[in-house]
Design a protein around this ligand. Structure first.
Ligand code: AMP
Ligand code: MG
Length: 426
């Protein structure tokens, strides 16, 4: 099998995964989900012309000569309906959000007026017709599509959904994700400390990466490097939409993950990517057997398997490049990739052409942009390099090294904002 480039591996994965089916959620539970339906306005909003200010509703023609003194005929608060028509020489005291009375064609804010008495006011400047009036339907018109299917639900979108009184909505389902670690050397959280063992950190770091995308994964524990035990765990994991397997995917004699997956009917699409860290990365699909039972057919889905490198840094970097875009695509998100930004490098970086490299860096704001600095030794065994990082600096596979002061691209590791394309040259 070939050695794929980062973008070809991403392409292969994104062409394989599909948007999941939809479900109904309550408005209060919908933040971060993706709409699976168009949403229409259910009324004109605002339902009538309303005042944009606390002030006076008046006839703009009455201000031909200012200062002008007008008679106040009533007080209109938000929620009141006007009871009188404003005639020449008259005005109504009006509050923000209250309906503009018939006869008036403008509002003047209270700051531009001077009280004369309780029922008359002096106006000191002219206004144009329509001044400080929010017109009927300015925000939305009844029946108009205000949100289209595929919209990510942000706080702003929640405001619109509440405006059109959608207490429940259709969104794409979240994938069910399982995390499995493999290795005889691993010691789990609840086991006593054995100085000869390696603590299982990958299950937890991967869990957090999945959670950061709004998905609660299942932890399947640790499978030993034994084909029979591994098969048992993998079988359990293949019942999920996505199975993340850490370790055992490379070419060591005890790396049983790939052959065992193949024996279980997983079709491997690739198992090597030209990147550093993260070289042995496997991706496969377990196609669900076609079911004749309609109810069952709905429940049975293809399972997508990622064989991630056991190395803690590699596993996390691979998750960011391949698993995160796949999970977002399954959830219906139009934007799949972590945000990138340009930064200036504060030091030289050595690089041999061949593989795309992801250097863990911190970012500091500086005049006109950001400065990127390596978090220290980039050995993929040093997991603190990842813990300290704000982002991954991408060194293109063709690069012969980077010099201090050069502009570089950094992929941000945190945040909820994603972008339309990968944003770097592999
Ligand atoms: P492997 O991909 O299985 O050859 O593992 C590569 C390296 O990653 C080895 O040094 C493993 O001990 C380490 N490793 C594998 N799985 C984990 C894990 N779940 N947590 C921490 N380190 C791991
Ligand atoms: Mg191993």
């Amino acid at each position: 099998m070939e050695h794929l480039s980062v973008t070809n591996a991403q392409k292969c994965i994104l062409e394989s995964v599909i948007k999941l089916d939809t479900e109904t959620v309550r408005l209060e539970q919908s933040l971060g989900r993706v709409l699976a339906e168009d949403v229409r306005a259910n009324r004109d909003q605002p339902p009538y012309d309303v005042s944009a200010m606390d002030g006076y509703a008046l006839r703009s023609a009455d201000l031909a000569n200012v200062p002008a003194t007008l008679a106040i005929i009533e007080d209109i608060k938000a929620g009141d309906m006007p009871t009188r028509i404003v005639l020449a020489g008259q005005c109504a005291r009006i509050m923000t959000g209250a309906p503009v009375p018939e006869g008036a064609d403008a509002v003047i804010r209270v700051e531009d007026t001077m009280a004369v008495s309780n029922n008359s006011v002096q106006i000191n400047r002219t206004v144009k017709p329509g001044n400080d009036i929010r017109s009927l339907g300015e925000n939305m018109r009844n029946g108009e599509i205000v949100l289209t299917s595929g919209t990510e639900i942000t706080p702003g979108v929640i405001g619109i959904l509440a405006t059109v009184k959608r207490a429940r909505l259709q969104v794409y389902r979240r994938p069910r994700v399982a995390v499995l670690s493999t290795g005889n050397e691993l010691e789990d959280m609840d086991e006593p400390v054995d100085p000869n063992k390696i603590p299982n950190s990958n299950s937890y770091a991967l869990m957090a990466q999945v959670q950061a995308l709004g998905i609660e994964p299942a932890l399947l524990g640790i499978a030993r490097d034994d084909p029979a035990e591994l098969a048992e765990y993998l079988q359990r994991g293949l019942k999920f939409d996505v199975l993340l397997v850490s370790g055992g995917s490379s070419v060591g004699v005890h790396d049983y993950v790939r052959p065992t997956m193949e024996a279980l009917g997983v079709r491997m699409l690739f198992w090597r990517v030209a990147m550093k860290p993260g070289h042995p990365l496997a991706f496969g699909i377990k196609t669900s057997p076609a079911s004749t039972n309609a109810v069952e057919a709905h429940a049975v889905q293809d399972a997508f398997v990622f064989g991630l490198p056991g190395n803690p840094v590699s596993s996390m970097v691979c998750f960011e490049q391949f698993v995160a875009p796949a999970l977002r695509s399954m959830m219906g998100h139009p934007r799949l990739y972590r945000r990138t930004l340009a930064a200036r490098l504060t030091h030289n970086i050595k690089h041999q052409p061949g593989r795309t490299e992801f250097i863990r860096v911190t970012l500091a704001k500086q005049e006109g942009g950001y400065a990127a600095t390596s978090t220290g030794t980039q050995s993929s065994g040093v997991s603190l390099s990842m813990a300290k990082a704000d982002g991954l600096l991408v060194v293109s596979s063709a690069s012969n090294g980077l010099a201090a002061g050069e502009q570089v691209i950094v992929q941000l590791l945190d945040g909820t904002v994603f972008q339309d394309d990968v944003g770097f040259k592999e």
